[in-house]
Write a protein of this length. Structure first.
Length: 382
């Protein structure tokens, strides 16, 4: 094995978590994605606690290896496969592995293959993994089938989507092409995007007698990270949770409808001026037990930012689909000042409605109250 080259020849030595690494000039590394990597580590630790053993992990698009090296150093890993189709990246992974002292019980393999080819090869060898990381650029839909081949039954797929313009309704054609869905530039457009992603993933899995259970969604603004658990059996496919999110353009109330329902009238104000988004996932985006385990690990590791987000996710785990934004409410009601979100949530709860904050939007709130009720309460808070 070659020694580590002089740092001045390849770039500055960086550190994230416990991982030390160098990013050669011709390769890409996104420091903004640290939170997603933190969530990956916390999720992997939570999964190891659930399984009560060390886990096997594959990173199909490992880049310079930072994420995978953190997995090996910060979570209970038994086997780690780091793959990238770029030979320069594969070389950088190998050199970055040499910069770190991994636990002796971790078996590490570096490969340089196209993700599809590697997944099919591993499937033919009957090799599966407890945790499959798919950090794709753009839409991940083209990789879903291949990635599902290497997830063990009950294992976790943790994937990225960066095509936010399509998912959030700014580019309609790519959303239809990649996900078979209509997205909308509503105030809750990022949550619509997450639900379209998960709904399309479910339908892709259902074709092969599989389905997924959501663990969590992390919205970073420029990208989505979603963790799901693979399940087997057509009988368990959650057909009743694939449907539509509908927003009235008259009173702005939001609601979900089953896939087979095509009612074109608002349930609150009877307006026919309604817009539909979907098909998409209408169920919960979170597994509360898994989030609790991740929160325990976040406290242990001192990840304050991740812990704050996990608390928000726990609050919104049982919420209805969609959310409202206080700035939009203020504009529509011509309020002199924005209502404090926490005060508005308290008022909604006092009137018997569900209400919570959301991690999707700092000034957002989720509720099952009709929008005119939220508007009336906001006006009372002036």
């Amino acid at each position: 094995m070659r020694g580590v080259p002089d740092m001045s020849e390849v770039g500055e030595l960086l550190q994230e978590g416990q991982a030390r690494f160098v990013v050669p000039e011709k390769l890409f590394f996104n420091p903004r994605a640290r939170l997603a990597r933190d969530f990956g580590v916390l999720g992997l630790r939570a999964e190891a606690n659930l399984q009560e053993r060390r886990l096997s992990v594959i990173d199909l698009m490992a880049g310079v290896g930072t994420r995978g090296i953190r997995y090996a150093l910060e979570a209970p890993v038994e086997r780690l496969v780091l793959n990238d189709a770029n030979p320069d990246a594969a070389e950088a992974i190998q050199r970055n592995l040499e910069r770190n002292t991994l636990p002796p019980e971790v078996q590490v393999e570096v490969t340089c293959e196209q993700a599809h080819r590697l997944c099919y090869t591993l499937r033919l060898r009957n090799e599966g993994f407890d945790w499959v990381d798919l950090d794709a650029f753009g839409s991940p839909s083209v990789f879903w089938h291949a990635a599902s081949l290497v997830v063990r039954w009950g294992g976790v797929l943790y994937f990225t989507a960066t095509d936010m313009a399509a998912l959030c309704g700014k580019l309609r054609d790519p959303a239809v092409r990649h996900y078979g869905a209509v997205t909308r530039p509503w105030e809750c457009s990022d949550e619509v995007g997450a639900r379209v992603l998960f709904g399309a993933l479910q339908q892709s899995a259902g074709e092969r007698g599989l389905y997924y259970e959501p663990l969590f969604v992390l919205d970073e603004g420029y990208a989505m990270r979603i963790a799901v658990r693979l399940r087997y059996g057509s009988s368990g496919f959650p057909v009743q949770r694939i449907g539509w999110l509908v927003q009235c353009m008259g009173c702005y109330s939001q609601t979900t409808l089953p896939l087979h329902v095509t009612v074109g009238r608002c349930r609150v104000c009877e307006s026919e001026n309604v817009q539909w988004a979907g098909p998409l996932w209408t169920g919960s985006l979170y597994d509360m037990d898994f989030l609790h385990l991740m929160s325990v690990e976040a406290r242990k590791m001192g990840h304050a930012a991740a812990l704050r987000l996990l608390r928000l996710m726990l609050d919104e785990a049982d919420s209805p689909a969609g959310y409202y934004a206080a700035p939009e409410l203020g504009k529509r009601a011509h309020l002199k000042r924005l209502p404090p979100v926490d005060a508005l949530i308290r008022q909604l709860r006092q009137e018997g409605y569900f209400a919570s904050r959301t991690h999707f939007e700092t000034a957002g709130f989720k509720t099952n109250a009709p929008y005119p009720v939220a508007q009336r309460l906001a006006e009372q808070l002036q």
